[in-house]
Write a protein that binds this ligand. Structure first.
Ligand code: THU
Length: 140
């Protein structure tokens, strides 16, 4: 992970403090890097299970609403990841969920992805190969 990626991860960790996760008690923060700046998001849950929003999708929405359409990279931070039986943090404990990967495939297809549970830099195309795309016929 390079310095820019580490800085973005710090921003994601700050965003996690704004999470509203009273049900899962699993706070997630995300930050996206765009040519126009950094935009963050956090997970927001509701008492009606499944109606929450993930941090990654909140951050992508934030960037879009500020007019940013190019996403260079995204950082995800999960301060509540617990160590597994071996006492080590799960390296996949902060990876974007499947729904967020589908959003990223559409809105940030060339983005790199860094997380708080690994030093690795992932590419979206590796996290969701063969992503579904809707090919619209706009000719009529
Ligand atoms: N969560 C995220 O914010 N991003 C993910 O990629 C995975 C899961 C949130 C959803 C829910 O509020 C909490 O983590 C526990 O699943």
């Amino acid at each position: 992970m390079n310095e820019a990626q580490q800085n973005l991860l710090q921003e994601a960790t700050r965003a996690a403090e704004l999470a509203y996760a009273p049900y899962s008690r699993f706070r997630v923060g995300a930050a996206v890097l765009t040519p126009g700046g950094v935009f963050s998001g956090a997970n927001i849950e509701t008492a009606s299970t499944n109606l929450g929003i993930c941090a990654e999708r909140a951050a992508l929405t934030h960037a879009r609403m500020r007019g940013e359409q190019k996403i260079v990279g995204i950082a995800v931070s999960c301060p509540d990841v617990r160590p597994n039986e071996d006492g080590v943090d799960d390296e996949y404990g902060a990876m974007p969920c499947g729904a967020c990967r589908q959003w990223l495939a559409e809105l940030a297809p060339s983005a790199w992805v860094v997380t708080s549970t690994s030093d690795k830099v992932y590419l979206l195309e590796d996290l969701l190969p063969c992503a579904f795309k809707l090919h619209m016929d706009n000719s009529s």
